[in-house]
Ligand binder design. Structure first.
Ligand code: HEM
Length: 496
């Protein structure tokens, strides 16, 4: 942060030029004012970017307020006691100004600037109600606004995600708008995905082992089972193939899965989040992902990969495990996890492919239901001001919500004969254009795993249906299909 102390230590020299040091009472006023004036000329000379000027001026503005405070107190004292101190205070300042007009002009502008610039550089989230966009076209406009720079897009995403930074201490591109952080995170994500994509048979074997190790004896809550199987697969199949899958302790996987869910739900609550929860989460996670050079903060990668994937797997399983045709498609895919098999519809093109089932889950129950953006809007006043002046006024920030879940159930989808509010993977056979899903976002910030994650989820579902086949193990349904939570009474049981 710029500090005006380093820019404008001129009061000393001015004081010495006036022949005597300023009187102690006038010192504060003099000091703050001089620093402010010098800072102003410095900023104008160097044309600093507005955010740096802002942060510099927060410091400077506090001096201005200090100055005004002293002047104000001086005036009260003059009124009450008519002491020479306050006269000295005002007259010393006035002596330094060539005329009274400039003196009062500067005071006035300092009041205005102080009011404007004391607003914190990191703006609070807007208090006005969010603006919901819930049609496919509107969602696209929020996520991929025309003529918007990458820097602005990154800022508009990171700002509403501060709760994730606060809760999980994430430092990735979802919470940090720095373009360098974005580039590095994307590079590392793509490298991981490339390696995983190279060998789907290996990934399939990892998923089979993960399911095997997560199976119950004799019973396990359904969501605990899916979380454990998915986390094992993500860690060994994507994040670090060197890890021995049998070394991942079930207790660590359970605690990590549960704490990520608990903290995510707590992050929506503005109240204090107990710090020991994150400490415990990081401690357990480090045992699962020990490479602290590659993953200095493992949550930066575990959250975007695992947190969405396990719910896609769980919801798909919940919809398909009683459907013989669907189970057949997933078991075939488990035998042969190729791209062709992923896309192959069955029974002469009348029965959906594995890809269709995953797409339908992404449409019907997207793991990311809403994406929020903070967008700065110019007021009428600032729109008509020159840019350098407009930069002084804090913009009006709007909270835009891209409601993906509603958008994917709009009449666009109802052009198909089955209702958009029904889970029906066959709609993708009748309506190929319906595959333009928004579940992975769109525009320059869309998901890096858009082509990998659906197939990876299908592999884990296939591996599960291979083992939880009603012969050795079976799924017990609960009253409703859950999401992050809400899987009451769902279980995986061993056939006795
Ligand atoms: C079912 C699984 C997943 C879903 C539904 C999903 C969804 C999304 C969505 C909606 C976004 C856009 C966020 C925004 O616009 O603010 C996104 C971004 C991203 N996702 Fe995923 N994701 C999934 C899995 C993964 C996986 C497995 C990876 C693995 C590396 C990944 C890596 C990323 C990255 C790097 C970005 C940021 C892209 C950028 O900023 O340019 N995602 N994801």
């Amino acid at each position: 942060m710029l500090d005006c102390c380093s820019i404008a230590p001129r009061w000393m020299s001015l004081a010495s030029r006036s022949g005597s040091p300023p009187a102690p009472n006038s010192l504060g006023a003099y000091w703050g004012m001089e620093r402010c004036i010098c800072w102003r000329s410095f900023a104008m000379r160097t044309a600093l970017p507005s955010h740096r000027i802002l942060s510099a001026h927060v410091d400077c503005a506090s001096h201005s307020v200090f100055t005004l405070g002293i002047l104000f107190i001086g005036r009260i004292y003059r009124h009450r006691y008519k002491r020479y101190t306050c006269k000295l205070l005002v007259t010393t300042c006035q002596r330094k100004m060539t005329n009274a007009f400039e003196f009062y002009g500067i005071c006035f502008s300092m009041i205005i600037f102080s009011i404007i610039l004391l607003s914190p550089p990191h703006r609070e989230p807007p208090s006005r109600p969010p603006i919901i966009h819930n049609t496919p076209a509107a969602v696209r406009t929020v996520l991929d606004p025309p003529t918007t720079s990458m820097n602005t897009l990154l800022r508009s995403r990171a700002s509403p995600n501060t709760r994730l930074h606060r809760t999980f201490h994430l430092s990735n591109t979802f919470v940090n708008p720095d373009p360098a952080v974005h580039a590095a995170f994307l590079r590392q994500s793509r490298a991981l995905l490339q390696t995983a994509k190279r060998d789907w048979n290996r990934f399939n074997n990892v998923a089979l082992q993960a399911v095997e190790l997560s199976l119950p004896n004799p019973v396990i809550p359904f969501h605990v089972f899916v979380r454990a199987a998915t986390l094992r697969t993500v860690i060994v199949g994507l994040l670090d193939p060197r890890i021995d899958i049998t070394s991942l302790a079930s207790s660590d996987l359970d605690v990590v899965g549960q704490l990520i869910t608990d903290l995510w739900l707590l992050s929506k609550n503005p109240e204090h989040i107990p710090e020991h929860l994150l400490e415990m989460l990081n401690h357990r996670l480090r045992r699962l992902v020990p490479d602290d050079e590659k993953y200095p903060n493992p949550l930066d990668f575990v959250i975007p990969t695992f947190e969405t994937l396990w719910r896609l797997v769980a919801v798909t399983l919940a919809h398909v495990h009683r459907d013989a045709a669907a189970c057949g498609a997933f078991r075939d895919f488990n035998e042969n996890p190729s791209c062709e098999q992923f896309q192959a519809s069955r029974l002469g093109g009348t029965s959906p492919s594995v890809e269709n089932y995953i797409s339908e889950t992404l449409r019907f129950d997207p793991p990311v239901r809403h994406i929020t953006r903070h967008v700065d809007k110019q007021s009428l006043l600032t729109a008509n001001l020159p840019r350098f002046l407009a930069a002084w006024f804090p913009p009006r920030t709007e909270l835009l919500v891209a409601d993906i879940e509603t958008a994917q159930r709009t009449p666009f989808w109802e052009s198909d004969k089955s209702s958009a509010d029904v889970y029906d993977a066959a709609r993708f056979l009748r309506e190929p254009t319906a595959s333009h899903l928004l579940a992975f976002g769109c525009g320059p910030l869309k998901c890096a795993a858009i082509n990998w994650a659906p197939r990876a989820a299908a592999v884990i579902v296939g591996a599960t249906l291979n083992r939880v086949d009603g012969v050795g193990h079976y799924i017990v349904r609960g009253p409703r299909i859950g999401g992050r939570e809400g899987w009451d009474r769902w279980e995986v049981r061993t056939v006795s």
